[in-house]
Design a protein around this ligand. Sequence first.
Ligand code: G4P
Length: 282
Amino acid sequence: MTIQWFPGHMAKAKREVQEKLKLVDFVIELVDARAPLSSQNPMLHQVLKQKPKMYVLMKKDLADPVRTEKWLDYYKEQQIPAVAVDAGEKQDVQALIIVAKQMAEEKMERLKRKGIRPRPARAMIIGIPNVGKSTLINRLAKRKIAKTGDRPGITTNQQWIKVKKDFELLDTPGILWPKFEDELVGYRLATIGTIKDQLLPLEEVAAYTLNYLQSNYSNMLASRYQLEEVNNNTEELMEHIGRLRGCLESGGLVNLEKTADVIIRDLRTGKFGRVSLELPGQ
Ligand code: G4P
């Protein structure tokens, strides 16, 4: 596995998140609905300590709806508030606001019980790069907030977005890194496009994608690439897909890199249908 994160970079990201955490009452962690575990941040639990947290399973429109329901049931069992969101759907964003408002109200109640004058509860959005943080902040703010970039260490003037009467959101998200130690996590994140294509060999990512589709979504795979049977080995499949999609070099040989690119792009843009790469309890 060749993925490298600079320890200094990670330490800085963690410090920034810790600073921002001091300002908020609860945290909204974004994960990708197609891989909620792999797109979680490994450090967050430790960094959060006692802060309440809710999950938002982003990009629900690209994920397998049956599996998304299973994930929501799973979080419910764990008593962790969670919603699945397609940022393009107003009612999903509204559902998120309702859950966040409940969390805000709980905070206000706690303040009241302690005899402290209630104030709006404050939250921040947190998540790994590319999970949809800026998109969601813009939806909640109903305007475009400047993107700070994925590199920590860029200080901006933080402001509060008033989402509802009792609920305010920090306009800059907390950015943390995904967990790369596990090779499978890397392949899943590369498949859904969360980590940059250069980080893992494209052909390996495509091979992972094909194997996963063969075992879990064989009908979708067969229908997309006109396969009579899906039990071919990966090389045969790549060869078939390359020819079908015209990824050829001079001399008629299949260009495997182009073929890999086609497969991964097909998955990321939902051409197979809605696919998820993880199930709870796996
Ligand atoms: P980040 O701040 O966490 O880094 O993520 P950002 O909001 O920039 O979103 C990353 C990509 O994910 C964007 O696409 C964005 O449009 C897309 N995205 C966010 N939420 C959803 C969602 O619920 N469903 C789907 N299908 N996509 C979502 P992009 O191609 O990088 O940019 P653009 O095409 O939006 O310009």
